[in-house]
Every structure is written in structure tokens, then in C-alpha cells.
Ligand binder design. Structure first.
Ligand SMILES: [Zn+2]
Length: 151
């Protein structure tokens, strides 16, 4: 279908101004049209593979969230930390774990939540200590003044 229309357009591939003969022309040449098509296809594929990667990453976490008892590896995945760090938390007693039998350590989901609650409390009490620190110093200063007065 040919027409007599002449439209000034900017090529969506190379950015050059060109005269289009139809309202749907997006490129200055067939070459640019092919390149634009390839670019689009590539970006769609990248997006698709990105989405696949995301769901691949999220899926195991969603599965872990449904589990009541977790392995050390599960906990490491959930907490986004290494196996070593998770074992350290257990060895420090921060995270409660049960050795069902050799090489089978299970952690209750509730204990992970408890770990967070307790860590928050520890942080809070640390802040309190920081704010309370000047007080004893002041008291000490006062008492030394008192003792000087009695002398
Ligand atoms: Zn072009």
C-alpha cells in the first residue's frame, strides 16, 4: 500500500531525521528497522531473564518462610548471612538450635524471631547505658565535693 504522505520523523534507532511515508514508520532505513527490532528483542529477553532470576531467588525464601523447623543452611539463607555466621550465632547461644542427631541441627522459626526481638532489646539497653553514663560521673563529682567540704 503506497501513499503520498511525507512525514518528518526521527529514526528510533539512529536518531536521524528522515521522511516517513507511512504513519507507522519508525526508522530511516530497513537496516535501522532491523537493528531496532533486535534491540527490542534483546531488552525483552533481558527483562525476562531478570524476572526469572528474581523468582529463582525469591522462591526458596518463600518456601523457607512456610517451614516451622529450619536447617542451619535455611537460616543462613533467610538471614542472608554465611553458614559460618549462623553457626557462630548458635555457638554464642544467641540462636537456639537443637542437635537432633549428628549433622542435623534444627532451628525453630520462632527462635529466629526471638533472636531479633532480643537483639532489639539489647540495642535499646545499650542506648540507655549511653545516655545514663554522664550521671554517675556527675554523682562522683558531687560526692568528692562533699567530702572536701567535710574535711
Ligand atoms: Zn536510522
Amino acid at each position: 500500500m503506497s501513499s503520498n504522505i511525507r512525514l518528518q520523523r526521527i529514526c528510533q534507532n539512529c536518531g536521524k531525521e528522515f521522511t516517513a511515508r507511512t504513519t507507522v514508520t519508525k526508522c530511516c532505513s530497513d537496516d535501522c528497522a532491523k537493528r531496532l527490532y533486535k534491540k527490542r528483542k534483546r531488552s525483552i529477553n533481558i527483562e525476562k531473564s531478570d524476572n526469572e532470576t528474581i523468582s529463582f531467588k525469591i522462591k526458596p525464601i518463600e518456601e523457607l518462610k512456610a517451614k516451622e523447623f529450619l536447617t542451619v543452611r535455611d537460616v543462613a539463607t533467610l538471614l542472608n548471612c554465611s553458614l559460618r555466621t549462623t553457626y557462630r550465632l548458635i555457638n554464642l547461644g544467641s540462636l537456639k538450635a537443637t542437635n537432633l542427631f549428628e549433622r542435623k541441627t534444627l532451628i525453630k522459626r520462632a527462635d529466629i524471631e526471638f533472636l531479633f526481638e532480643r537483639e532489639t532489646q539489647v540495642m535499646r539497653s545499650n542506648t540507655e547505658i549511653l545516655f545514663e553514663q554522664p550521671k554517675p560521673m556527675y554523682l562522683h563529682h558531687e560526692s568528692s565535693q562533699l567530702s572536701m567540704e567535710t574535711d
